[in-house]
Design a protein around this ligand. Structure first.
Ligand code: F6P
Length: 320
């Protein structure tokens, strides 16, 4: 394979730049031309494609966001536009494409693979919602950001004897909330994977307060049924404790990637190039049990969702 493309798509995640850097430099090292596609599938459809050299990815390893920009493409949901995208890649002579993005982006890649393009999917999302990989690129950084926020919020919550609900991202996946709750020592967590029980949350707050706890930290995933504003109202009414809401929102998407995210991004990027150079079929690349893994793209995207009941139960045990 002589010419390959790389794009980032969907919500950006810390580590995407590290992945682009690895794809460009490993590709060039193997004698390939690497072309960068701007603004994900949107930019592909608009022909925003340019050759990249080693220096074009200098000084980006430690930066959040993505130098290739990203977008959520409505057009790319339609067959006629996916056909068009495949044609454009063909016109540019791009035979292999590295797609760095979440579930929707990798499904887009799968569609292109059905049209003759070899696609390597890299899991670039803070949500950790791709079942085939233990971790996605950006998740570790996002959780670290949440942990930093929890520590700060804990100080002020203690000072005022308050309850604070911290709402975190993750779409329909509760992993950011779950891991933040375990590592941040939250009293309770509300996740889309579990039935919402606000009474149980209130009970936990009152029990904690009776034992002399100065504050309560509740982590709420954005994908749970009751809104943050409604939730704090109900908690305040039922517990009699002043309750505040902090929505961390896009803070979680920015920032310099952690060691784990830089390593995962770099190793996945290098693996994608290695597979393209070997003439492999389309794959989804990720990590399992500390190793870099590559699965058939279709099979990877069909793997059933996973949820750690043990971690969930542990939160209750640790916060008693
Ligand atoms: O998929 C990443 C994510 O940050 C989700 O956690 C969140 O629900 C969504 O993207 C927000 O999307 P947008 O950037 O389009 O507002």
């Amino acid at each position: 394979m002589k010419r390959i493309g790389v794009l980032t798509s969907g919500g950006d995640s810390p580590g995407m730049n590290a992945a682009i850097r690895a794809v460009v430099r490993c590709g060039i090292d193997r004698g390939m031309e690497v072309w960068g596609i701007e603004r994900g599938y949107e930019g592909l459809l608009d022909g925003e494609i340019r050759p990249m050299d080693r220096s074009s990815v200098g000084d980006i390893l430690h930066r959040g966001g993505t130098i290739l920009k990203t977008a959520r493409s409505e057009r790319f949901r339609e067959d006629k536009w996916i056909d068009k995208a495949a044609e454009i890649l063909d016109t540019f002579g791009i035979e292999g494409l590295v797609v760095i993005g979440g579930d929707g982006s990798l499904h887009g890649g799968l569609e292109l693979s059905h049209r003759g393009i070899t696609v390597m999917g890299l899991p670039g999302t803070i949500d950790n919602d791709l079942s085939y990989t233990d971790y996605t690129i950006g998740f570790d950084t996002a959780v670290s950001t949440v942990l930093d926020a929890i520590s700060k919020i804990r100080d002020t919550s203690s000072a005022h004897d308050r309850t604070t609900v911290i709402e975190v991202m993750g779409r329909r996946c509760g992993d950011i909330a779950l891991y933040s709750a375990v590592a941040g020592g939250a009293e309770c967590v509300l996740l889309p994977e579990k039935k919402e029980d606000i009474n149980a949350v209130c009970r936990k707050i009152i029990e904690g307060s009776n034992r002399g706890k100065l504050h309560s930290i509740i982590i709420k995933a954005e994908g749970t049924p009751t809104s943050g504003t409604e939730l704090i109202k109900v908690i305040e009414e039922r517990t009699g404790k002043e309750t505040k809401l902090v929505v961390l929102s896009y803070l979680q998407r920015g920032g310099s990637p952690t060691l784990n995210d830089r390593m995962l991004a770099t190793l996945c990027g290098a693996k994608a190039v290695e597979l393209l150079a070997e003439g492999s079929e389309s794959k989804a690349i990720g990590t399992a049990d500390g190793q870099i893994v590559a699965y058939d793209l279709t099979e990877a995207l069909e793997m059933p969702g996973r949820f750690s009941e043990e971690l969930y139960k542990l939160i209750d045990t640790l916060s008693k």
